[in-house]
Design a protein around this ligand. Structure first.
Ligand code: MLT
Length: 308
Protein backbone atom coordinates (compact mmCIF):
# COMPACT_ATOMS: atom_id res chain seq x y z
CA UNK A 1 0.00 0.00 0.00
CA UNK A 2 1.22 3.51 -0.63
CA UNK A 3 -0.31 6.90 0.04
CA UNK A 4 0.57 10.53 0.06
CA UNK A 5 1.06 12.60 3.12
CA UNK A 6 0.76 16.33 2.87
CA UNK A 7 1.80 18.30 5.91
CA UNK A 8 0.47 21.80 6.15
CA UNK A 9 2.76 24.01 8.18
CA UNK A 10 1.07 27.19 9.29
CA UNK A 11 2.79 28.34 12.43
CA UNK A 12 6.26 29.35 13.34
CA UNK A 13 6.15 27.44 16.61
CA UNK A 14 5.24 23.82 17.29
CA UNK A 15 6.66 20.66 15.70
CA UNK A 16 9.02 21.21 12.84
CA UNK A 17 7.10 19.81 9.83
CA UNK A 18 10.14 18.21 8.26
CA UNK A 19 11.05 16.45 11.51
CA UNK A 20 7.43 15.33 11.79
CA UNK A 21 7.52 13.94 8.25
CA UNK A 22 10.73 12.05 9.01
CA UNK A 23 9.27 10.59 12.23
CA UNK A 24 6.15 9.45 10.36
CA UNK A 25 8.24 7.94 7.59
CA UNK A 26 10.33 6.08 10.18
CA UNK A 27 7.34 4.71 12.08
CA UNK A 28 5.16 3.86 9.05
CA UNK A 29 7.96 2.46 6.93
CA UNK A 30 9.05 3.30 3.40
CA UNK A 31 6.43 1.04 1.76
CA UNK A 32 3.62 2.69 3.64
CA UNK A 33 4.68 6.25 2.91
CA UNK A 34 5.62 6.99 -0.63
CA UNK A 35 5.83 10.74 -0.35
CA UNK A 36 6.02 13.21 2.47
CA UNK A 37 5.45 16.67 1.14
CA UNK A 38 5.48 19.88 3.07
CA UNK A 39 3.20 22.59 1.89
CA UNK A 40 3.79 25.77 3.82
CA UNK A 41 0.68 27.71 4.55
CA UNK A 42 1.12 31.37 3.74
CA UNK A 43 0.21 33.87 6.45
CA UNK A 44 -1.03 37.36 5.60
CA UNK A 45 -0.40 40.14 8.13
CA UNK A 46 -0.43 43.91 8.40
CA UNK A 47 1.94 46.16 10.27
CA UNK A 48 0.95 49.73 11.10
CA UNK A 49 4.04 51.89 10.62
CA UNK A 50 4.17 55.71 10.61
CA UNK A 51 0.43 55.99 10.04
CA UNK A 52 0.43 53.56 7.11
CA UNK A 53 -0.31 49.88 6.82
CA UNK A 54 2.17 47.51 5.25
CA UNK A 55 0.67 44.19 4.21
CA UNK A 56 3.12 41.31 4.12
CA UNK A 57 2.95 37.60 3.41
CA UNK A 58 5.21 35.18 5.22
CA UNK A 59 5.80 31.49 5.71
CA UNK A 60 8.20 29.09 7.37
CA UNK A 61 10.22 29.85 10.47
CA UNK A 62 13.86 30.51 11.21
CA UNK A 63 16.37 32.82 9.55
CA UNK A 64 14.66 35.65 7.65
CA UNK A 65 14.65 36.11 3.89
CA UNK A 66 12.91 39.20 2.51
CA UNK A 67 11.61 39.17 -1.08
CA UNK A 68 10.67 42.43 -2.84
CA UNK A 69 8.28 42.37 -5.75
CA UNK A 70 8.49 43.56 -9.34
CA UNK A 71 6.65 46.45 -11.01
CA UNK A 72 3.63 46.67 -11.19
CA UNK A 73 2.88 43.54 -9.20
CA UNK A 74 2.61 42.94 -5.45
CA UNK A 75 3.67 40.50 -2.74
CA UNK A 76 1.38 37.81 -4.17
CA UNK A 77 3.92 37.22 -6.94
CA UNK A 78 6.08 35.48 -4.30
CA UNK A 79 3.45 32.87 -3.37
CA UNK A 80 5.27 30.06 -5.23
CA UNK A 81 8.42 30.75 -3.18
CA UNK A 82 6.47 31.16 0.07
CA UNK A 83 5.06 27.68 -0.58
CA UNK A 84 8.57 26.29 -1.02
CA UNK A 85 10.46 27.62 1.98
CA UNK A 86 13.44 25.44 2.90
CA UNK A 87 13.64 24.07 6.42
CA UNK A 88 14.95 26.58 8.95
CA UNK A 89 14.09 29.71 6.95
CA UNK A 90 11.40 32.36 7.27
CA UNK A 91 10.36 34.07 4.02
CA UNK A 92 8.70 37.49 4.18
CA UNK A 93 7.25 39.35 1.19
CA UNK A 94 5.86 42.87 1.74
CA UNK A 95 3.75 44.95 -0.63
CA UNK A 96 5.48 48.10 -1.69
CA UNK A 97 3.68 51.35 -1.00
CA UNK A 98 0.80 51.81 -3.44
CA UNK A 99 0.61 48.14 -4.49
CA UNK A 100 -1.38 45.16 -3.20
CA UNK A 101 -4.90 44.92 -1.80
CA UNK A 102 -4.38 47.84 0.63
CA UNK A 103 -3.15 50.13 -2.13
CA UNK A 104 -6.22 52.35 -2.16
CA UNK A 105 -5.38 53.63 1.33
CA UNK A 106 -1.86 54.64 0.50
CA UNK A 107 0.04 57.56 -0.91
CA UNK A 108 1.34 56.39 -4.27
CA UNK A 109 4.22 58.80 -4.77
CA UNK A 110 7.37 57.38 -3.24
CA UNK A 111 10.97 57.33 -4.30
CA UNK A 112 12.89 54.06 -4.32
CA UNK A 113 14.67 55.36 -1.20
CA UNK A 114 11.31 55.71 0.56
CA UNK A 115 10.27 52.23 -0.56
CA UNK A 116 13.56 50.90 0.84
CA UNK A 117 13.03 52.79 4.10
CA UNK A 118 9.59 51.15 4.38
CA UNK A 119 11.30 47.74 4.18
CA UNK A 120 13.79 48.79 6.88
CA UNK A 121 10.90 49.97 9.09
CA UNK A 122 9.08 46.66 8.63
CA UNK A 123 12.23 44.77 9.62
CA UNK A 124 12.50 46.96 12.73
CA UNK A 125 8.89 46.16 13.57
CA UNK A 126 9.52 42.44 13.12
CA UNK A 127 12.67 42.78 15.28
CA UNK A 128 14.85 41.50 12.46
CA UNK A 129 18.37 42.88 12.67
CA UNK A 130 19.76 41.27 9.55
CA UNK A 131 18.30 39.14 6.77
CA UNK A 132 18.91 37.81 3.33
CA UNK A 133 17.25 40.55 1.31
CA UNK A 134 16.49 40.54 -2.37
CA UNK A 135 14.06 41.33 -5.08
CA UNK A 136 13.09 40.82 -8.66
CA UNK A 137 13.51 43.65 -11.15
CA UNK A 138 12.10 46.78 -9.42
CA UNK A 139 12.48 44.75 -6.20
CA UNK A 140 16.20 44.60 -7.06
CA UNK A 141 16.35 48.39 -7.48
CA UNK A 142 14.81 48.74 -4.00
CA UNK A 143 17.29 46.18 -2.68
CA UNK A 144 20.17 48.37 -3.93
CA UNK A 145 18.57 51.43 -2.29
CA UNK A 146 18.24 49.59 1.03
CA UNK A 147 21.85 48.41 0.75
CA UNK A 148 22.98 52.04 0.39
CA UNK A 149 20.94 52.99 3.47
CA UNK A 150 21.62 50.03 5.74
CA UNK A 151 24.38 47.72 4.45
CA UNK A 152 24.70 45.99 7.83
CA UNK A 153 21.17 44.71 7.45
CA UNK A 154 22.24 42.27 4.72
CA UNK A 155 23.37 38.79 5.71
CA UNK A 156 22.91 37.86 2.06
CA UNK A 157 21.45 39.33 -1.11
CA UNK A 158 19.31 37.99 -3.94
CA UNK A 159 19.22 39.91 -7.23
CA UNK A 160 16.71 38.36 -9.61
CA UNK A 161 16.10 39.61 -13.16
CA UNK A 162 17.30 43.08 -12.31
CA UNK A 163 20.08 45.43 -13.30
CA UNK A 164 22.38 47.95 -11.65
CA UNK A 165 22.56 50.59 -14.37
CA UNK A 166 20.12 53.42 -15.06
CA UNK A 167 17.78 53.49 -18.05
CA UNK A 168 19.06 54.21 -21.55
CA UNK A 169 17.54 57.19 -23.43
CA UNK A 170 15.27 54.72 -25.28
CA UNK A 171 14.29 53.15 -21.95
CA UNK A 172 13.43 56.58 -20.51
CA UNK A 173 11.29 57.35 -23.55
CA UNK A 174 9.51 54.01 -23.08
CA UNK A 175 8.80 54.93 -19.45
CA UNK A 176 7.30 58.30 -20.47
CA UNK A 177 5.07 56.51 -22.97
CA UNK A 178 4.01 54.07 -20.25
CA UNK A 179 3.04 56.99 -17.98
CA UNK A 180 0.87 58.41 -20.78
CA UNK A 181 -0.66 55.00 -21.41
CA UNK A 182 -1.49 54.51 -17.72
CA UNK A 183 -2.95 58.00 -17.48
CA UNK A 184 -5.10 57.75 -20.61
CA UNK A 185 -6.07 54.07 -20.77
CA UNK A 186 -5.49 52.63 -17.30
CA UNK A 187 -3.89 49.56 -15.76
CA UNK A 188 -5.41 47.10 -18.26
CA UNK A 189 -3.61 48.83 -21.12
CA UNK A 190 -0.38 48.77 -19.10
CA UNK A 191 -0.87 45.02 -18.67
CA UNK A 192 -1.41 44.58 -22.44
CA UNK A 193 1.76 46.48 -23.17
CA UNK A 194 3.94 44.84 -20.52
CA UNK A 195 2.89 41.18 -20.60
CA UNK A 196 4.79 40.22 -23.77
CA UNK A 197 7.99 41.58 -22.17
CA UNK A 198 7.41 40.15 -18.72
CA UNK A 199 6.87 36.52 -19.70
CA UNK A 200 9.35 34.55 -21.75
CA UNK A 201 8.23 32.95 -25.01
CA UNK A 202 8.62 29.42 -23.61
CA UNK A 203 6.53 30.03 -20.49
CA UNK A 204 3.88 31.91 -22.46
CA UNK A 205 3.49 28.84 -24.71
CA UNK A 206 3.85 26.24 -21.93
CA UNK A 207 1.69 27.90 -19.27
CA UNK A 208 -0.98 30.03 -20.97
CA UNK A 209 -2.86 30.65 -17.72
CA UNK A 210 0.17 32.29 -16.11
CA UNK A 211 -0.40 35.38 -18.26
CA UNK A 212 -3.94 35.66 -16.82
CA UNK A 213 -2.57 35.51 -13.25
CA UNK A 214 0.00 38.21 -13.96
CA UNK A 215 -2.57 40.34 -15.78
CA UNK A 216 -4.94 40.09 -12.79
CA UNK A 217 -2.17 41.32 -10.49
CA UNK A 218 -1.29 44.25 -12.76
CA UNK A 219 -4.93 45.25 -13.14
CA UNK A 220 -5.32 45.66 -9.37
CA UNK A 221 -2.56 48.28 -9.32
CA UNK A 222 -3.98 51.81 -9.02
CA UNK A 223 -2.91 54.16 -11.81
CA UNK A 224 -1.29 56.68 -9.38
CA UNK A 225 0.87 53.85 -8.00
CA UNK A 226 1.88 52.76 -11.50
CA UNK A 227 2.85 56.31 -12.43
CA UNK A 228 4.58 56.91 -9.08
CA UNK A 229 6.68 53.77 -9.44
CA UNK A 230 7.67 54.61 -13.02
CA UNK A 231 8.76 58.06 -11.88
CA UNK A 232 10.71 56.49 -9.02
CA UNK A 233 12.48 54.16 -11.45
CA UNK A 234 13.26 57.07 -13.80
CA UNK A 235 14.90 58.86 -10.87
CA UNK A 236 16.92 55.92 -9.60
CA UNK A 237 20.69 56.33 -9.30
CA UNK A 238 23.32 54.15 -10.96
CA UNK A 239 23.92 51.23 -8.59
CA UNK A 240 27.06 49.98 -10.36
CA UNK A 241 29.42 51.84 -7.99
CA UNK A 242 27.82 49.91 -5.10
CA UNK A 243 28.44 46.45 -6.52
CA UNK A 244 32.04 46.08 -5.37
CA UNK A 245 30.99 47.11 -1.83
CA UNK A 246 28.53 44.22 -1.53
CA UNK A 247 30.45 41.91 0.79
CA UNK A 248 27.65 39.50 1.73
CA UNK A 249 27.00 36.27 -0.19
CA UNK A 250 24.91 37.15 -3.19
CA UNK A 251 22.78 35.12 -5.56
CA UNK A 252 22.14 36.56 -9.01
CA UNK A 253 19.30 34.78 -10.84
CA UNK A 254 18.13 35.47 -14.36
CA UNK A 255 15.87 33.84 -16.89
CA UNK A 256 17.62 32.81 -20.09
CA UNK A 257 14.89 34.57 -22.14
CA UNK A 258 14.69 37.72 -19.99
CA UNK A 259 14.36 40.72 -22.33
CA UNK A 260 14.07 43.75 -19.98
CA UNK A 261 17.05 42.64 -17.84
CA UNK A 262 18.96 40.15 -19.98
CA UNK A 263 21.57 37.57 -19.01
CA UNK A 264 24.41 39.93 -20.00
CA UNK A 265 23.32 42.50 -17.40
CA UNK A 266 23.11 39.80 -14.73
CA UNK A 267 26.57 38.47 -15.63
CA UNK A 268 28.06 42.00 -15.52
CA UNK A 269 26.56 42.53 -12.08
CA UNK A 270 27.70 39.19 -10.76
CA UNK A 271 31.27 39.78 -12.01
CA UNK A 272 31.58 42.79 -9.77
CA UNK A 273 30.16 41.27 -6.59
CA UNK A 274 32.83 39.35 -4.69
CA UNK A 275 31.00 36.47 -3.00
CA UNK A 276 28.42 35.86 -5.69
CA UNK A 277 27.05 33.17 -7.93
CA UNK A 278 24.98 33.38 -11.10
CA UNK A 279 22.12 31.02 -11.87
CA UNK A 280 20.59 31.16 -15.37
CA UNK A 281 17.20 29.48 -15.56
CA UNK A 282 16.65 27.87 -18.97
CA UNK A 283 13.54 28.63 -21.07
CA UNK A 284 12.50 31.33 -18.64
CA UNK A 285 11.85 35.07 -19.13
CA UNK A 286 11.74 38.13 -16.86
CA UNK A 287 9.30 36.87 -14.21
CA UNK A 288 11.54 33.92 -13.50
CA UNK A 289 10.11 33.08 -10.08
CA UNK A 290 6.61 32.69 -11.54
CA UNK A 291 7.68 31.01 -14.77
CA UNK A 292 9.95 28.43 -13.13
CA UNK A 293 8.88 28.24 -9.46
CA UNK A 294 10.72 24.97 -8.82
CA UNK A 295 13.98 26.04 -10.47
CA UNK A 296 13.87 29.40 -8.73
CA UNK A 297 13.15 27.77 -5.35
CA UNK A 298 15.99 25.30 -5.88
CA UNK A 299 18.42 28.12 -6.70
CA UNK A 300 17.44 29.91 -3.49
CA UNK A 301 17.56 26.83 -1.28
CA UNK A 302 20.97 25.80 -2.67
CA UNK A 303 22.25 29.31 -2.03
CA UNK A 304 20.86 29.44 1.50
CA UNK A 305 22.21 25.97 2.31
CA UNK A 306 25.68 26.57 0.99
CA UNK A 307 26.65 30.14 1.39
CA UNK A 308 25.65 31.74 4.65
C1 MLT B 1 9.89 45.10 -13.22
O1 MLT B 1 9.65 43.94 -13.58
O2 MLT B 1 9.90 45.41 -12.02
C2 MLT B 1 10.14 46.15 -14.28
O3 MLT B 1 10.39 45.51 -15.50
C3 MLT B 1 11.27 47.02 -13.87
C4 MLT B 1 11.59 48.05 -14.91
O4 MLT B 1 10.69 48.48 -15.63
O5 MLT B 1 12.76 48.48 -14.97
Amino acid sequence: MSFFLVIISSCSRGPNPLALARRLRASLGPQALSLAMIVHMIRESRARIDGRTIRYLDSGSGWPVVLLHAFPLNADMWRPQLERVPEGWWFIAPDMRGFGPDAVDQAAQATLDQLAADVGALLDRLEIEAAVIGGLSMGGYVTFALFRQQPARFSGMILADTKAQQDTPAGLEGRRQMIDLARTRGAAAVADSMLPKLLGASAAARRPRLADRVRAMIETAPVPAIIGAIEAMIGRPDSRPDLSRIACPTLVIVGEEDVPTPVGDAADMQNQIGRSRLVILPEVGHLSNLEAPDGFALAISDFLASNL
